[in-house]
Design a protein around this ligand. Sequence first.
Ligand code: PEP
Ligand code: MN
Length: 286
Amino acid sequence: METISSNNQTDVKITIPSLISRKKKQEATIVKVNGVEVGGSKVVIVAGPCAVENMEQLFETARSVTTGGAKILRGGAFKPRSSPYSFQGLGEEGLKLLSQIRKETGLPVVTEAMDTRQVETVAKYADMIQIGSRSMQNFPLLKEAGMCGKPILLKRGMMATVEEFLLAAEYILHHGNDQVILCERGIRTFETSTRNTLDLSAVPMLKHLSHLPVIVDPSHGTGLRWMVPAMAKAAVAVGADGLIMEVHYKPEVALCDGQQSLSPDEFTNLISDLRKVARAVDREIS
Ligand code: PEP
Ligand code: MN
């Protein structure tokens, strides 16, 4: 383990584990999600519903985000819900719908595994496995993710420091998988006007400390549909390698997170604005 601190006053005083460290590997890691590269010069858009609800909802939403410019589809089949009475997701049935939609759209899919027992099943259907905020320090799950042979989208724990986040990623690399994308999705602070406080300073920090790609989730980061475009543009401006956003063909009837889901039109308009921001910082939306 390496501690970056010492006499260099401009550097950072935290412990940087070695496998994820930019000091150990200068060139950026490119994560390949079934042919889509994350971490190169292009900014990748991941979009789709919070949860897979049924074929019509998934198909209509996927079709609109594909036309709008998404390169990877998202959609939860196993949903982590605060209340046991809320919609828990369709489980394996949802995974089957996702793999069907991949055939229709040609886009790779990412979906969450919440438990070590789900990893094998999720790996069978998905192109990338998401480890959600609530699971960031589920160490058995991180180890399983290291051994599963699929790229991992690791979301920052809502109470996790950058150091803890990087240590969680290190678990996955340590267990044999260097295909890890880090995702800033907002942290808990004293602020209550937004669902979380989207810590955009984590983006340059993570990219400074680690060679892994970093993407931003402005949907869970704000919890507010109208605020998603502003924070998405800001995320690209500070150097994010991608965005993951919730889009629903009818946000007002979504079973999960409708209040933060963009409509297809809002998504399409946002992507055209994002292209301008990307150009201004010498990037391109892929
Ligand atoms: C999600 O992206 O589906 C999700 C539940 O997000 P988070 O783990 O960041 O809350
Ligand atoms: Mn959600």
